[in-house]
Write a protein that binds this ligand. Structure first.
Ligand SMILES: *Cc1c(COP(=O)(O)O)cnc(C)c1O
Length: 374
């Protein structure tokens, strides 16, 4: 096949791609089904912001739609616009970052549901509904202790007052977001739940939406009417305490050069790694431009045939050097694929070694890999 015969998404899928990102959509579907079962009779949404944490929002949305998912959360209006034509009309798309001034009409016309984050946004959306002469849906988010998004406590009386008049805004959910759901010992979880319960009393008669992935695993009191898992769908462990989800992503990267060096040889930028003995090295074709953080320099590892191969020296922009001495001579050569993420290397392993969280690793996985969806 010639390159110009490929569609743009597949353009990096020509023979000889230097990395292969494999997304197991069946596993994703099973993760959704499992979460949905855990929260039933509450519903489970899918959080597909940032291109579904880098995995591909459209594919993810279609997969979970088939499992019965009808509620989708993106962060930005532009993401909602992109997703809208990809899912059937009965899929509800919510924009977490709120209703930006000037976007009211297009949200109404395009059937995009804002998460109302302030009294000003509420009033703009109400005015739009009056002007268009129809009811417009919204979720209303409250800040219950994270100080990030949502109506602050002092705006609640203003909303209550507005609601004494007839409103053309249909509140689908009152929502809030957990700050510490990954830590089931944190007292903040309970404090936020108490605050949300007070809000539910102030604004009775509405469904609530609270739990992210961690919240799903915190148990029933957190599930309310609609849970909003993200990372757990994609195989990330929502907390240390929970049984891991099924992995969804696998990443294999090609070897582009091998060599054998004597003891005392410097490896990579800055020469921070010096070989202690004769060492067989391989250079693989992915680096920090492909989402493998520079903080993995001289730590962490990849796998080949189940054998651990440590990263040596600094992570470069486009490559990483690994010590392959543990493999039989000749076992690995140009074009061999090593496992960067897979059965031997979980997202959590890589995140821990990189000094970050699995969300960041996943969301940054690069655009240069050939992506294949199973
Ligand atoms: C990102 C996000 C989620 C999903 O969080 P996970 O920890 O990935 O499950 C849910 N709700 C809001 C408001 C978010 O910003």
């Amino acid at each position: 096949m010639r390159v110009d015969e490929l569609d743009v998404d597949e353009a990096n899928g020509v023979e000889g791609a230097s990395g292969y990102l494999t997304v197991d959509l069946a596993a994703l579907g099973r993760n959704y089904a499992r979460l949905a079962k855990m929260v039933a009779p509450a519903l489970a949404a899918a959080v597909v912001k940032a291109d579904a944490y880098g995995i591909g929002a459209e594919r993810v949305a279609k997969t979970v739609y088939e499992q019965g998912c009808r509620h989708f959360f993106v962060a930005q209006f532009v993401e909602a616009m992109k997703l809208r034509p990809a899912v059937p009309q009965d899929a509800r798309i919510f924009v977490l970052n709120g209703l930006q001034p000037g976007n009211e009409d297009i949200c109404a016309y395009e059937d995009i549901i804002p998460v109302i984050n302030s009294i000003e946004q509420w009033r703009n959306w109400s005015r739009t509904a009056r002007r268009l002469g129809r009811r417009l849906p919204a979720a209303v988010q409250f800040d219950t202790g994270m100080s990030r998004l949502g109506l602050p406590p002092e705006e609640r009386p203003l909303l209550a007052e507005d609601l004494t008049y007839r409103s053309d805004v249909e509140i689908l959910f009152l929502m809030s977001h957990l700050a510490s759901a990954d830590d089931d010992e944190s007292t903040q979880n309970w404090e936020q739940l108490e605050e949300l319960r007070r809000i539910a009393e102030e604004f009775p008669g509405h469904d609530l939406s609270f739990a992210n992935s961690g919240g799903v695993f915190l148990g029933n009191p957190y599930h309310s009417a609609l849970a909003r898992p993200g990372i757990a769908l994609y195989g990330g462990a929502p907390s240390n305490a929970t049984r891991p989800m099924e992995p969804v992503v696998r990443l294999d990267v090609a070897v582009v050069q091998t060599r054998t060096v004597p003891a005392g040889t410097k490896v990579g930028y800055g020469g921070i790694h010096v070989t202690a003995k004769q060492t067989r090295l391989a250079t693989i074709a992915a680096g920090y431009a492909d989402g493998l953080p520079r903080s993995l320099s001289d730590r962490g590892a990849v796998y080949f045939d189940g054998v651990r191969l440590p990263i040596v020296g600094r992570v470069s922009m486009d490559s990483i050097t690994i010590d392959v001495s543990a493999l039989p001579e000749g076992a690995i050569g140009i074009g061999s694929l090593v496992e960067v993420l897979g059965p031997n290397r979980t997202l959590e392993d890589v995140a821990r070694e990189a000094g970050t969280i699995c969300y960041e690793i996943l969301a940054n996985l690069g655009r240069r890999y050939h992506r294949q969806y199973r």
